[in-house]
Design a protein. Structure first.
Ligand code: 5GP
Length: 245
């Protein structure tokens, strides 16, 4: 496998072509951003921790029957993945009310949500990722009703699998954001990453934050400690021995 041309450089990841037209290489950089990219810092090894954590989570989801774009971890910060045409929707699942939900609606921070909330935001920095509904998605021509239903079903399935996976590691999966794309046959496949950048994760005993919310709050010195804690809890020791992290 050869890493070739840069085709997309996002806020924290870069996507490259490879010698196989159906595959891409995703490089996880050490950049960390908040507020639509307004604040940006570099956190040493963050890219590697996120790539390893995301690879593990995608393998757990594949084992649970969710089709993902993940093929292989090439280096600690590089993933080989199936090439997808990404759907510009951020699918968010919330198990506990916090973040933008409690800033927007009259619901107390920390309220358990049963059933969980599924929310869809338009992935567009210029418009500040506004919340969508089924009618708006169809009016904008982003997806059909059948595709919207598939995205929601898959998001709930991801939630069921990951709530249990994180619970076994002593972590509460508070909420998370996922993205999907279509493969060359038109199948909807889970893409992008699932990491402490895209989830809210709380320690089950202390409710301490183990995710990017620390950066959003300006507690930059605690960020990598939290990411390493998630890594230590979910990556088996025999796998850790393979990574120089
Ligand atoms: P909220 O809407 O409360 O800010 O975020 C809900 C969940 O989705 C959180 O877990 C948050 O990390 C994730 N999330 C929402 N928007 C984004 C985004 O643009 N990028 C990333 N990485 N995660 C997001």
């Amino acid at each position: 496998m050869t890493k070739k041309d840069l085709i997309n450089s996002g806020k924290v990841k870069s996507v490259f072509t490879t010698d196989n037209d159906d595959e891409v290489l995703i490089e996880f950089r050490d950049d960390m951003t908040a507020g639509d990219g307004e604040r940006k810092e570099v956190m040493s090894k963050k890219g590697s921790y996120n790539a390893v954590i995301s690879s593990k989570i995608f393998k757990v989801l594949e084992d649970g029957g969710v089709k993902t774009q993940f093929i292989n971890l090439i280096k600690t910060n590089e993933i080989l993945a199936t090439k997808l045409e990404m759907i510009p929707i951020e699918v968010i699942i919330r198990n506990i009310a916090t973040g933008s939900l409690v800033r927007t609606y009259p619901i107390e921070d920390g309220t358990p949500l049963n059933p969980p909330i599924v929310q869809m935001d338009f992935k567009d920095d210029e418009f500040h990722d506004p919340m969508l509904n089924d009618s708006i998605i169809k009016a904008l021509g982003i997806a059909t009703q059948e595709e919207i239903d598939t995205l929601k079903d898959l998001a709930f399935k991801v939630n069921d699998i990951l709530k249990e996976f994180f619970d076994d590691a002593g972590i509460i999966l508070v909420d998370f954001k996922i993205e999907f794309g279509k493969d060359k046959d038109g199948n909807i496949v889970l893409g992008d990453e699932i990491s402490p950048d895209s989830c809210r994760l709380w320690d089950k005993e202390t409710f301490e934050m183990l995710d990017k919310e620390l950066f959003r709050k300006g507690e930059d010195d605690k960020v990598m400690e939290a990411y390493v804690e998630v890594y230590n809890r979910i990556i088996p020791d025999e796998d850790k021995a393979k990574f120089d992290l």
